[in-house]
Design a protein around this ligand. Structure first.
Ligand SMILES: O=C(O)C1=C[C@@H](OP(=O)(O)O)[C@@H](O)[C@H](O)C1
Ligand SMILES: C=C(OP(=O)(O)O)C(=O)O
Length: 425
């Protein structure tokens, strides 16, 4: 197994231009494929999750031309018609590909088999399949009930009134919303349970609007979507920088000192994870806000106690910032960390303890007390990009650390460690 030994970093300085957002890239690619006409997508993310969406679309006959850096795509929209692929669609561990494609293909003529990495087979999808099945979809579990892989016999769904459980993942609602305009009739989607990760629904509604579809959102409880619509190409669309990826640089500047300008997200960001920068202000970071960039400097860092349900991805970064803050940090209402790339609550607790922190792992929260002395250890990353990136903060805090399997950042940020090294002194 490959390992990366990170030497203590004394200071960070410079400019980071963020790669495109994963959440926006995959939503935009899918709607660009479904709409009529050509769409030019700029600042597209080039990473595994996007490669899986692109691969699936190409297997279904969508023509996509990429520039050499794979950051610009010309997508020829098929007007809602997708070919039956001759092979299974392999979607890795990309939730933003697997869930929306499940819903869209359930209402598309054809036969589709959706498979993924072993971890994808442990990530629940029952809430989405239940809602689609209630609408008449023909979806079969190929191995275990409520989990991928799935076989879909697609047919145009008629729409109607449907309930969907929102308590485990917002991606299920995102998927249903993106498919709903393609139903023959109107739909009314009611949320069962407490909807988690709400800001991702705003991302979904925003991208749908850019492709010409408006959704009536009644307080995140009921969503009404007109049926029999076609998505319209916006012509050209820019993918905003990835706000979750920004969290590592916000944290780095706050911990290490120096100054980092992060380009690609700012006060006008459409991504909920920009909220992490506000949390870091509470922790003590100094931040100058601009429309589409922020400048971050160190402050006196102190532990905070936050509900992180709205920022599940970026909140992981706070768990390693906690190592360098004064007093304890608590991150609450994050049960669904357990059903992502790995059981993140358990994995973070385990690795933070190895470094020397005192940690309480609750059912849906984590509490972290900073170490009195730091241990130089190998961090296991569980094939989870965010664990690898989060633990680089130990080096940023001036302590040596070894990251196992650093290439797992390829899921969303293949060049992460190069970018970190480019701003480190
Ligand atoms: O819709 C999206 O783009 C995402 C939603 C979130 O998932 P959950 O809704 O499952 O929390 C987030 O963790 C994931 O990385 C991306
Ligand atoms: C949870 C994540 O990914 P996915 O889109 O596969 O859910 C993530 O990127 O942290």
């Amino acid at each position: 197994m490959e390992q990366l030994r990170l030497q203590p970093i004394s200071k960070v300085n410079g400019v980071v231009t963020l790669p495109g957002s994963k959440s926006l890239s995959n939503r935009i690619l899918l709607l660009a494929a479904l709409c009529k006409g050509q769409t030019k997508v700029t600042n597209l993310l080039d990473s595994d999750d996007i490669r899986h969406m692109l691969g699936a679309l190409e297997q279904m006959g969508v023509s996509v031309t990429l520039n050499e850096e794979k950051t610009e795509a010309l997508v020829n929209g098929q007007g809602g018609v997708l070919n039956t692929p001759s092979n299974e669609l392999f979607l890795g561990n990309a939730g933003t590909a697997y869930r929306p494609l499940t819903a869209v293909l359930a209402t598309t003529q054809g036969e589709f088999t959706l498979v993924g990495e072993p971890r994808m087979e442990e990530r629940p999808i029952g809430h989405l399949v239940d809602a689609l099945s209630d609408l008449g979809a023909d979806i079969t579990y190929l191995k275990t009930k409520d989990y991928p892989p799935l076989k879909i016999a697609g047919k145009r769904l008629t729409g109607g009134k449907v309930e969907i459980d929102g308590s485990i993942s917002s991606q299920f609602l995102t998927a249903l919303l993106m498919a709903a305009p393609l139903f023959a009739g109107d739909s009314e989607i009611h949320i069962k349970g407490e909807l988690v990760s709400k800001p991702y629904i705003d991302i979904t509604l925003g991208v749908m609007r850019q492709f010409g579809v408006d959704v009536d959102n009644e307080n995140y409880q009921v969503f009404r979507v007109k049926g029999n619509q076609q998505y319209q190409s916006p012509g050209e669309i820019l993918v905003e920088g990835d706000a979750s990826s920004a969290s590592y640089f916000v944290a780095a500047a706050a911990i290490a000192g120096g100054e980092i300008e992060i380009r690609g997200v700012g006060s006008k960001s459409v991504q909920g994870d920009i909220g992490f920068a506000h949390v870091m202000e509470q922790v003590g970071a100094q931040i100058d806000w601009h429309d589409d960039r922020i400048v971050v400097r160190k402050g006196e860092l102190k532990g905070v106690d936050i509900d992180a349900n709205a920022i599940p991805d970026a909140a992981m970064t706070l768990a390693t910032v906690a190592l360098f803050a004064k007093g304890p940090t608590a991150i609450r209402n994050i049960y669904n960390w357990r059903v992502k790339e790995t059981d993140r609550l358990n994995a973070m607790a385990t690795e933070l303890r190895k470094v020397g922190a005192t940690v309480v792992e609750g059912h849906d929260f984590i509490e972290i007390e900073p170490p009195k002395t730091f241990n130089v250890v190998d961090i296991d990353t569980y094939n989870d990009h965010r664990i690898a990136m989060c633990f680089s903060m130990v080096a940023v805090g001036g302590k040596e650390i070894i990251i196992n399997d650093p290439k797992c950042t390829a899921k969303t940020f293949p060049t992460y460690f190069d970018v970190l090294s480019s701003i480190s002194e």
